[in-house]
Ligand binder design. Structure first.
Ligand SMILES: [Zn+2]
Length: 381
């Protein structure tokens, strides 16, 4: 009797699969333990379960030990787990050809759709959602959220879990398709079987390691603009395992500033409220800011500061003068629009800050820019 065998590794080519924990951690081996008896063993050294999909394009005169062998869940940490036996039929020529793939997660687990996630940046800060579920730019098939924030902003775990995958070797990004799959990310496995992915982190921007436990609100990394991205932001998505497929993104709810829950949408400004922290005063909340780049009031001066965000630039005014001040800001716009018009006039009390406007490109494929000048009038006594 002769047994012919050939293993063909299979890869699943979707953006999401490649961004999820790699299937390179798990292995399937087989052994002929006696003449005509083949046993398959699986190893899963990862900290999350994986589903093993086996197919036999050729299976001649061999009997599988069970008929439902196509899908097997291999628990986290499993080693030498027997998954299947093939017994050759006596006196016949037997053949098999096998192929398999490991997919992250256990599809029998039900995602907790009521869980309230924490917005993935520091307590009390706010961020605008530049692109929401099924967004035209890069979320066409994804229930994913893009939180605008400058490069270097501290990002926080939206939910506790175990870090399963960290990629931080890339240092470039842009809207060319060459950047697809060249972004940095952190993946965290949750106890309901789902995976959260935090994308576009800056080079070396991970503050956690695979296998590490994290709690909701814990700082895990620094945001960036790596990979397929139109500007600095944090990409966030939660994937639930599906039988025979890579995890599919699902909608998630978040903790709002006053204990309410929020289902965020494109263009919305959201406020992070971390567990155990007081309600957030949304009138006083400041935008997420990169390290060392936070806007500060300068004594004796009216300062206008530009904060570059995912889909444009935000202008902020900070009044460091001792009196209430009237400000008129004039913009020169090139292929750009100003959310609050042009010119913009406002008055600002001493020590206060305000958002002047948000400027964004009219057409992303063309160069855009702006310059501004401003006039300050101090109220006389
Ligand atoms: Zn995104």
């Amino acid at each position: 009797m002769r047994i012919l065998s050939l293993i063909i590794p299979a890869f699943l080519l979707t953006v999401f699969a490649s961004a999820q924990p790699g299937s390179d951690q798990q292995h399937l081996r087989y052994k002929e333990i006696k003449s005509g008896l083949i046993v398959f063993y699986a190893d899963n050294p990862a900290s999350y379960p994986a589903q093993l999909k086996i197919e036999f394009p050729v299976l001649k005169n061999m009997t599988p030990s069970r008929q439902d062998y196509s899908f097997t869940v291999v628990p986290a940490g499993a080693s030498n787990m027997e998954v299947l036996r093939l017994t050759a039929q006596k006196g016949k020529m037997s053949q098999f050809r096998e192929r398999h793939i490991f997919l992250p997660g256990d599809p029998s687990l039900k995602p907790d759709t009521k869980h309230a996630y924490v917005f993935p940046f520091k307590h009390g800060l706010k961020s605008r959602i530049g692109q929401g579920y099924y967004g035209d730019f890069s979320h066409k098939n994804l229930k994913a959220l893009d939180f605008e924030m400058p490069i270097g902003t501290e990002i926080c775990a939206a939910r506790g879990g175990i870090v399963t995958d960290v990629e931080t070797r890339y240092d470039k990004g842009g809207t060319s398709r060459d950047f697809l799959n060249k972004g940095n990310h952190i993946v965290i496995y949750h106890n309901d079987g789902t995976f959260a992915r935090y994308g576009h982190l800056k080079k070396n921007g991970a503050l956690v390691k695979p296998g590490q436990k994290v709690t909701a609100g814990q700082v895990i990394g620094l945001s960036g603009n790596t990979g397929y991205s139109s500007g600095p932001h944090l990409h966030f998505e939660v994937g639930a395992p599906v039988k025979g497929k890579a995890p599919q993104t699902i909608a998630t709810k978040f903790r709002g500033p006053n204990g309410n829950t929020i289902a965020p949408t494109t263009g919305q400004t959201v406020y992070a409220r971390h567990p155990g922290k007081p309600p957030v005063d949304t009138r006083k909340a400041t935008a997420t800011s990169g390290k060392g780049k936070s806007a500060k009031v300068v004594p004796g001066k009216m300062v206008i500061q530009e904060i570059k965000e995912d889909s444009g630039s935000r202008l902020i005014a900070l009044n460091g003068m001792k009196t209430e001040t009237f400000v008129e800001v004039r913009l020169k716009l090139k292929n750009a629009t100003s959310e609050k018009g042009n010119p913009i006039m406002f008055s600002l009390k001493p020590g206060n800050r305000t958002e002047v406007t948000f400027i964004k490109p009219k057409n992303l494929t063309k160069p855009w820019g702006f310059s501004y000048s401003y006039q300050v009038t101090v109220k006389g006594n």
